[in-house]
Design a protein. Sequence first.
Length: 305
Amino acid sequence: GEQQNLSQYAHPGFWNDLDMLEIGNGGMTTTEYRTHMAFWAILKAPLLLGNDLTKLTDDIMRILTNPEVIAINQDSLGVQAKVVKTVPSNSSKSRSSVVALRCSPAASQRWAYNQTTLQLMNLGTQQCIDAGSQTKGQAQTAECDPSVQSQKWMLTSGGQVQLHASRPPVYLHVYDYRGPAVQLYTCQNIDGDCGSEQFKVMSDGHFQLHHDSGLCLDLSRGVTDNYVFAGPLSDSAHAVMLFNGASPDDGHTNITVHWSDIGLDAAERMAVHNAWTNTDEGVHFGAYSALVGGHDNVLIMLTPA
């Protein structure tokens, strides 16, 4: 949203800085890392690596060094993409993202832990924290179901909220005490210091971060819609990103960009090239559609055919 308003100021020599890339630092899935890179590329943000270069995996290397994604970012025309279409998610699952915000009396910051079902329910929404099929990424809530294993949590003696029976143990984690995202993360510190995962359970239902930060567990509806980002490239080409903001557990959604969405004539022939897979997808008339998974993206380049 903020970048939508700032895009008018971006041009060669003046770029909107989205901060460092966090690809490879944990807290996200490989799919989410790929989407992170796609956003930075199409928004023409400086590509500043913020990860430990001594711990690069093959997947991270492929994401960070994809030449076609980098080419979109470095295109000489230098025009930042904008949201050209927003499509409400058709997901039947009402989910919220777990966040850490300044402690307040809000109902969304009050939680109840059921020692029988091991569920942690938000008193504002009556939903339970659900890890879904993930062991990384942002924690979310879902309709409470005591039979669902991914909704079972343990409150450890050290104040950690640990996913029941997870091996290695997965915790709710507030990165560097700052938030706002609360992630599913495995404590890997050799000395066992996972201070940013320790909470004080208050008598009124607040889960306050143990570190003196004044942050409490809260909920945010977050991004659940589908978006089409687009911007012009040099030589009459266009970069287009199809993004599915729904949960990965909600499956794939068909997202379409019409040529009219990006200012092209519907009858124009455009060759479609997938930047992530480095594959040509033929010549299309008027529109292009793709199935996109939750938190994933399809990044394409359109050129006149």
